[in-house]
Write a protein of this length. Structure first.
Length: 214
């Protein structure tokens, strides 16, 4: 029987590092020393998760039937640190099959979440979960996304009572800078390779010229 809450899952990563040094003595002799080092990192593998911020839960009360189930299913597809959800045709079909709904019902559910400002439509098939309510990743990164959301609080009379209504502006959310942490760094340290036999011979002939001049 599959244990969904297995506490012993780990991930490991093996890194190999090779350092080569070349030494040439005064007689033109070349000495090469090569060192190989292998490191293995093992860490706990955290289960998939989503943060749910509780500053405002009233927005969920007005969701139409089925939209809440769709939202829970979308949580599985939120990307790390940017809250984006990429809904290509395959993912749409997978969600529709899981919830036993039609494609049009899925589209209606997405519109419902957009109208309630829990979901932001950034581009074709690209959405972002509102980081004021949900988050997946580091707080420092999610906080930057939250700052791009404009907040406007208005007072409205509902059933004879004054009620505060919060509206969001997402215009800046689609123009966020590229996360430089996701760009592979350049290798700043030159890699020294051992000389080939042909290169050694040429170097020895070159050094022999200076030995004859002495």
């Amino acid at each position: 029987m599959n244990d969904k809450f297995d506490q012993n899952k780990t991930t490991s990563k093996t890194v190999s590092q090779t350092k080569t040094s070349t030494v040439i003595n005064t007689d033109g002799e070349i000495l090469s020393t090569e060192h190989d080092r292998t490191f293995k990192f093992v860490k706990d593998s955290e289960p998939s998760y989503i943060k749910f911020y509780l500053q405002d839960t009233e927005r969920f009360d007005g969701l139409k039937k089925g939209a809440d189930k769709l939202l829970k299913e979308l949580f599985k597809y939120i990307s790390y640190n940017d809250n984006r959800i990429y809904l290509n045709s395959n993912i749409r079909q997978t969600i529709s099959k899981k919830l036993n709904i039609k494609e049009q019902t899925l589209s209606n559910g997405l519109n419902e979440l957009k109208n309630n400002q829990l979901l932001i439509h950034l581009d074709k098939n690209v959405y972002m979960a509102n980081t004021l309510y949900f988050g997946k990743g580091e707080w420092a990164k999610l906080k930057k996304h939250r700052k791009n959301i404009g907040i406007e609080v208005k007072k409205r009379i509902v059933n004879g009572k004054i009620t505060e209504v919060t509206n969001f502006n997402f215009d800046k959310c689609g123009n966020e800078e590229i996360d430089i942490d996701k760009i592979p760094p350049y290798h700043s340290t030159p890699i020294i390779k051992p000389l080939t036999n042909k290169q050694k011979t040429k170097l020895q002939k070159f050094l022999s010229i200076f030995k004859r001049d002495k």
